[in-house]
Design a protein around this ligand. Structure first.
Ligand code: PGA
Length: 241
């Protein structure tokens, strides 16, 4: 795994955006695997700035997102489809029809998972952006998720519900389930970019880079990916230096 340690969040975001923009410039019909959460917001702002200032076009780009809360859709401002539109897509010239995410309101959840797996076979991520949870999860693949997992529905752990509650009015409003790409879907990406900032991620980053490859730390599987880069700030890198 390649590791790039930046002085702060801003530098991390710029470096991550540069990598994604380079993929789009090389292949204007690239497939971008995208993530939600606080971590990539700065990266997405940089992409929007570059689009406006330098004209990088996303007209032919397609996107696939990692996950979505069960029960939420674009009508909820807590849904991930809402997050993606407001933090990235509305700032670019991307066709919304080319942006994909699991349907949080799907009645048949199992059918929705299989449908998303089929989609991912045709839209293989040229680059997959990831954040990391404080417990080492990637997407909503919590500890002990099998490495060969594909798209599935998860019961969120108390740890993740607590972490995510800061974005909701109260912890009771955080959905208890989510759709998520599995670890195999993530490992199938041609290139992976995992981002981490802040001291509460230091332990997870240690597990990601230097720990044993174990389902206890889902992100540790990325050590086996042939083209994975971690871009993090000094605080998140505290235990790997
Ligand atoms: P965060 O979430 O970017 O909001 O810290 C990352 C994650 O839980 O995967």
């Amino acid at each position: 795994m390649k590791v790039i340690i930046c002085k702060d969040y801003e530098e991390m975001s710029k470096k991550a955006a540069e990598t994604i923009i380079a993929v789009v410039k090389k292949n204007p019909s690239a497939v971008l695997g995208l993530a939600t959460g606080s971590t990539p917001i700065g990266t997405y702002s940089e992409m929007i700035r570059d689009h406006k200032e330098n004209g990088t076009s996303y007209k032919g780009v397609k996107t696939v997102n990692l996950d979505e809360y069960v029960g939420l859709d674009i009508n909820s401002d807590q849904s991930y489809v809402y997050f993606m539109r407001h933090n990235l897509f509305y700032g670019l010239d991307i066709d919304l029809a080319n942006t994909h995410i699991e349907n949080g309101k799907a009645e048949d959840k199992e059918a929705e998972c299989r449908k998303y797996d089929e989609l991912l076979k045709t839209l293989v991520q040229d680059v997959q952006v990831l954040g990391i949870g404080s417990n080492g999860h990637i997407a909503f693949n919590e500890p002990f998720t099998p490495f060969d997992s594909t798209t599935h529905v998860v019961d969120l752990t108390e740890n993740t519900i607590k972490d995510n509650s800061r974005l909701f009015k109260s912890i009771d409003e955080v959905p208890r389930q989510a759709f998520t790409m599995g670890l195999k879907n993530i490992m199938d990406a041609k290139k992976i970019l995992i981002l981490a900032n802040g001291k509460n991620k230091a332990k997870a980053v240690y597990g990601l880079v230097k720990g044993e490859v174990t389902t206890e730390v889902p992100a540790s599987i990325l050590q086996k990916h042939p083209d994975c880069t971690l871009i993090c700030d000094e605080e998140a890198a505290a235990l790997i230096k």
